[in-house]
Design a protein around this ligand. Structure first.
Ligand SMILES: Cc1cc2nc3c(=O)[nH]c(=O)nc-3n(C[C@H](O)[C@H](O)[C@H](O)COP(=O)(O)O)c2cc1C
Length: 263
C-alpha cells in the first residue's frame, strides 16, 4: 500500500484489544526501526518497551501492551527529524494493521524517558502504543476525537500556495496532488495542521504556522514534530531533496520557514 492509501486509512488508535503483537509483527517492526533513513541526517533511535514491565501508560489509551519510544540528540531540526522518522514507523505499522497514537502530552513524560534511558542531550519528543485496534472505541477515545475534531482537516486552499502566501496552489500533476493530499490529512498535535507549503518552480517551501503554547518547556516545539510528519508524507510520494535555505518569502507573524523540498 502506498503512503496516500496508508494515510487515508490511518487514525489514532486509543483502544486496543489487549493482545500482544504476534512474533512475526514484532520482528517486522524491530527490523524496520533499524532501517529508517532521515533527510536531516540526524539519527533517531527507537526503543520497544513492554508497557507492564516498564510501568508505562497514558490516561487516554486502553488495552495496550507495548509502546515504542524514540530519542535523538537535541539539535537544530531534531524535532522535524524525529517527526519524519517516527511517522515512517507509524505508516509501516499501519501497513501491518498495527494501531498507533502519537503521544506527546497525555503521559508522564519522565516515566517514558526513564524507560527509554534518556541521557545527556537526548530528547524523547513522543512515544506511541503499538497494538491491534479493539472492535469498539472507549468512551474517552470517542470523546477525545470529538474534542479535537479528529475527523476534520483544513482545506487545501488554506495550506498550499504558489510563489507567496496569497495564491492557492493548483496542479494537474497526479503525484504532486497525491503528495499534498497526504500532507493535508496527516496527524498533528491537537489536530492543528500547522503546515503551510509555498511552491516556486520545482521548490516546495515548508512553513510552520505557530500556535502559541505548543512548546511546553520553551525548549522544544511539538509543532516542529508535526512538520517532520508533513515532510515524511510529502517526500514518500513526491521524492525530492531536502535543504534548509530560507527563500525570503514574506510571511505573517508567527509563520516560520522550516525547509525546502526540491523535486
Ligand atoms: C506530535 C503529536 C503529538 C500528539 N500527542 C497526543 C497526545 O499526547 N495524546 C493523544 O491522545 N493524542 C495525541 N496526538 C494525536 C492527535 O490528537 C491526532 O493525530 C489528531 O487529533 C488527528 O486525529 P487522527 O490521528 O485520528 O487522524 C498527537 C499527534 C501528534 C502528531
Amino acid at each position: 500500500m502506498n503512503t496516500l492509501e496508508l494515510a487515508k486509512e490511518r487514525r489514532s488508535v486509543r483502544t486496543f484489544d489487549g493482545k500482544p503483537l504476534t512474533v512475526q509483527d514484532r520482528e517486522a517492526v524491530a527490523a524496520f526501526i533499524e532501517s529508517i533513513p532521515n533527510p536531516f541526517g540526524l539519527p533517531v533511535e527507537f526503543i520497544l518497551l513492554d508497557a507492564k514491565e516498564n510501568g508505562l501508560y497514558s490516561p487516554v489509551i486502553k488495552g495496550e501492551t507495548l509502546y515504542v519510544a524514540a530519542k535523538t540528540e537535541k539539535a537544530p531540526h531534531s524535532e522535524e527529524a524525529f517527526g519524519y522518522s517516527f511517522e515512517q514507523l507509524v505508516l509501516f505499522a499501519q501497513s501491518l494493521g498495527i494501531g498507533t497514537t502519537w503521544i506527546g502530552g497525555t503521559f508522564k513524560r519522565e516515566i517514558f524517558e526513564q524507560a527509554a534511558k534518556i541521557k545527556g542531550n537526548e530528547k524523547m519528543y513522543c512515544a506511541s502504543p503499538l497494538g491491534y485496534p479493539a472492535a469498539k472505541m472507549s468512551i474517552i477515545e470517542a470523546t477525545m476525537r470529538k474534542g479535537v475534531r479528529a475527523d476534520k482537516r483544513k482545506a487545501a486552499s488554506e495550506l498550499f500556495f504558489e510563489r507567496d502566501f496569497s495564491t492557492p496552489f493548483k496542479t494537474d500533476d497526479k503525484i504532486l496532488s497525491d503528495a499534498l493530499e497526504a500532507v493535508r490529512i496527516a496527524p498533528s498535535a491537537v489536530n492543528m495542521q500547522p503546515w503551510r507549503i509555498v511552491n516556486d518552480g520545482s521548490a516546495f517551501h515548508f512553513y510552520l504556522s505557530h500556535k502559541k503554547g505548543y512548546n511546553p518547556d520553551g525548549e522544544w516545539d511539538i509543532q516542529k514534530v508535526d512538520m517532520g510528519i508533513a515532510l515524511c508524507h510529502f517526500m514518500n510520494i513526491a521524492g525530492g531533496n531536502l535543504t534548509v535555505e530560507n527563500p525570503g518569502i514574506n510571511t505573517e507573524n508567527g509563520v516560520e520557514y522550516i525547509a525546502t523540498v526540491t523535486i
